[in-house]
Design a protein around this ligand. Structure first.
Ligand code: NAI
Ligand code: UGA
Length: 436
């Protein structure tokens, strides 16, 4: 079966390589020609561990090809996955402009039956809307089906997540179409849930919102731990052993970021509002997340006296380790606050780059960790990249002007660092009180 994947971002490239790995003939389509050129040459347009090897392997075997020519691509492929972006609109709703464009180009160019699979995260009701957009764009009536098949992979472990999913959700009104999609995934061993398209669409938002809720819950509790002199990590271990709670997504920190949790929760809140409903728990989840980094920055500013005129190293600007994605990254908010407080900021990240427009005399990025922290008054750790965890902080201390280590992800060993002479402070702990 020939498969077309529309949208060559994190999800589209991963899905394309997953389906190639499962033995299908795949074409990746994107209007961004430089992206297509890079992919055709075996170069990933973003950082994602393991994906580059899979890309080169499948280019060599001829299982995957890339194009920007939508008319030919729609003609040549019977199954079409939509993996285009669904960013936040200015009112918080999901902006479906790329979905609409893709649907219309399918309608215009399809020479016969097509199975269209929506993998992008889209609001409840979008499946029906895509049916309308395709129908309206058709020159003559040709049959097709639209199935909702939301994606649950994470950046940083995208290919592994796609190869070993916890479940596959299929939202479909048509049994034949369902079986067709199910057959594409038959080599994967995981439960397949077949449901209505609207239910599938809501499952995706409900999953992301629930995970974000766990994070904001532990983060708010972390603030209490800081006051009580209790370590939030110990509390998380203690509650996480209860299988009804589960150990995952209970790592306290400076808040969640990324291209999905913030936008998807806003979109879900918008959907509720459209139906005259407030999702009050989720509103608080957002509120806690938006104030979490600021809450700890205030504590750290008091430790230092003031940020004004101080030189601060900010380590790890991606929204989490193992990705170059800085969309909604907590580090970017922290940098903005430090700039306002008249600090000088020296940034480091193993792969992510500050946008050129952010550079100034007050804010610069360096290639080496050593150069970044040279003569700094404090180091703020924003995402738990391995090189920061394994760094020899005992040795690095001599480079600092003042040995303040402010750990926004609780990734370092506070006891060891304190014994090495550091002033260490993390999230949801009060080092002085805990070790009195
Ligand atoms: N990034 C992630 O980890 C996950 C994302 N998702 C969802 O998947 C969708 C895609 O996300 P990402 O891959 O992160 O997006 P992205 O922003 O990395 O990539 C989207 C791509 O779609 C392309 N595109 C736009 N219009 C197009 C069209 N008409 N035809 C073909 N390509 C077109 C863009 O040029 C871009 O390369 C979103 O709805 C997102 O919420 C779901 C699960 C995980
Ligand atoms: O819809 C999406 O795009 C994806 O969103 C998240 O994946 P992702 O954003 O790649 O990354 P996560 O690992 O979920 O981390 C998100 C944020 O939460 C933070 N986080 C995560 C876990 C935790 O315990 N504490 C915590 O603060 C991370 O640092 C990061 O900033 C979901 O985990 C995926 O299932 C989903 O497919």
């Amino acid at each position: 079966m020939n498969i077309l994947i529309m949208g060559m971002g994190y999800v589209g490239v991963t899905t394309a390589l997953l389906l190639t790995e499962l033995g299908w003939n795949v074409t990746g389509l994107d209007p961004n020609e430089s992206r297509i050129r890079m992919l055709s040459q075996g170069v990933l347009p973003f950082y994602e561990p393991g994906l580059d090897d899979a890309l080169r392997k499948h280019l060599a075997s001829g299982g995957i090809t890339f194009t920007s020519e939508v008319d030919m691509a729609v003609c040549d492929n019977e199954v079409i996955f939509l993996c285009v972006g669904t960013p936040s609109g200015s009112d918080g709703s999901a902006d479906l402009r790329f979905i609409k464009e893709a649907a219309e180009s399918i309608g215009k160019n399809m020479p016969g039956y097509r199975l269209v699979v929506i993998k992008s995260t889209v609001p409840v009701g979008t499946n029906e809307q895509v049916v309308q957009w395709i129908t309206q764009a058709q020159l003559t009536a040709i049959s097709f089906d639209v199935i909702s098949n939301p994606e649950f992979l994470r950046e940083g472990s995208a290919l592994r997540d796609a190869l070993e999913p916890d479940r596959i959700i299929i939202g479909s009104e048509n049994d034949q179409a369902t079986e067709r999609l199910r057959s594409l995934y038959e080599k994967l061993s995981c439960p397949v849930v077949v449901t209505k398209p609207k239910t599938a669409e809501l499952i995706k938002y409900a999953a992301n919102a629930f995970l974000a809720t766990k994070i904001s819950y532990i983060n708010e509790l972390a603030r209490l731990c800081t006051k009580l002199g209790v370590n939030i990590a110990d509390v998380a271990v203690g509650i996480g052993m209860d299988h009804r709670i589960g150990a995952h997504f209970l790592r306290a920190g400076i808040g969640y970021g990324g291209s999905c949790f913030p936008k998807d929760i806003h979109a879900l809140l918008f959907t509720a509002q459209e139906h005259d409903l407030s999702l009050t728990i989720l509103e608080k989840v957002v509120q806690v997340n938006q104030s979490q980094a600021v809450y700890y920055l205030d504590i750290w500013e008091q430790l230092l006296g003031s940020f004004n005129g101080k030189t601060i190293a900010v380590l790890g600007i991606s929204f989490k380790p193992d990705t170059d994605d800085i969309r909604e990254a907590p580090a970017i908010g922290i940098i903005a606050k430090l700039l306002k407080s008249s600090a000088v900021i020296r940034v480091h990240d193993p792969v992510a780059k500050l946008p050129g427009s952010m550079y100034s005399e007050q804010l610069q990025q360096f290639d080496s960790l050593e150069e970044t922290i040279q003569d700094c008054d404090a180091v703020i750790l924003c995402s738990e990249w391995k090189p920061y965890i394994t760094a020899d902080w005992g040795q690095l201390k001599s480079l600092l002007k003042q040995p303040f280590l402010l750990d926004g992800r609780n990734m370092l060993d506070g006891a060891q660092l304190t014994s090495q002479g550091y002033h260490y402070s993390g999230i949801g702990m009060n080092w002085t009180q805990m070790h009195k």
